[in-house]
Design a protein. Sequence first.
Length: 303
Amino acid sequence: MPDREPATLIDRFLDAAWAGDGLADATLDAYRNDLTGFARSDLFALGPDGSTAIEIDSARLVRLLAERLRSGIRVATMRRQISALSRFCAWLRLQGLLEGDPLNHIEAPRRPQRLPEVLSSEQVESLIDAPDVDTPLGVRDRAILEVLYASGMRVSELTSVELPAVNLRQGLIRVTGKGGKDRLVPLGEHASEWITRWCEGPRRRWVSATGSPALFISARGQPLTRQAVWYRIRGHARWAGIGDGVSPHKLRHSFATHLLDHGADLRVVQLLLGHADLATTQIYTHVASRRLQQLHRRHHPRG
């Protein structure tokens, strides 16, 4: 029956995941590729009519995953593939199309812990001070840097912010994160001041050509792209003598780590970053601990 074919079931599952969980297009595409790969490996077998529609051999699954690991697949890719298959199987069970859990005794390989790199407070200050604020581009870039460091938002979130999402009277900005979920993030005095200077100065002149509602625009009045923001920040980092490895996401890492350094509660940082899982935020506690150890070794007479 066509409606019991794996390809059809994968399409139905992805439609349900999009409608129910608001998964991003990139995640849906990755899940489709992962599940289609499992289907091509003959992991899914059609059961006889009138019985379970899909059968998955757990032993075959273990062999397939072992082969992929031996072939040199990245641990992160393997974890995503197992996650996609697990969610697909859970959906099949809800539809009455699968009995049992073929992943019940399968544990995803552990991801090697890589601590995010962060800038020191002094490096952040140098970066923020780098734009030439006597020029329109410098005013805009200073406002961008102030907002990124004050809010910890992702660069994709920054480029999607529109003017109605900014409340300077209350010092808040509404950020739309992954899955279309909104959160309110404080801006702070410095970011609010530079947004005002940007909006009342260069932005007012540049926006006349297009009327774009985007908070940050180009000199032609078009919304800035993620790539443009990344390029500008890298240039300012070079000018400040920080190096080539500075990105908007490193500012996000620095934002979280510096908050924890100064005593912020982990759950508050989780809310500000828009993390769905506290475990994702906990990585910054390791970064903060490492920084304290380095400071101790550097400055303690017996370090």
